[in-house]
Design a protein around this ligand. Sequence first.
Ligand SMILES: [Zn+2]
Ligand SMILES: [Zn+2]
Length: 62
Amino acid sequence: MLVFILMTHYVCTGDCEAEESKAGVCMAAGCTKEGEPLVACTCEDGLHEKVLGDNALEENDE
Ligand SMILES: [Zn+2]
Ligand SMILES: [Zn+2]
């Protein structure tokens, strides 16, 4: 049987739609979110619907 492992990744919600394996900020020059923190996502389909499909959800970001 399959064991699901949620792979946390971090995506930029701006134009570049960057995906990183660790937390950080967007480094893409000209991106609408340049310099802003990447958002943690645990999707399994790579669509990041939870973070991209909606307006910014209120979450406690340290
Ligand atoms: Zn970006
Ligand atoms: Zn995702």
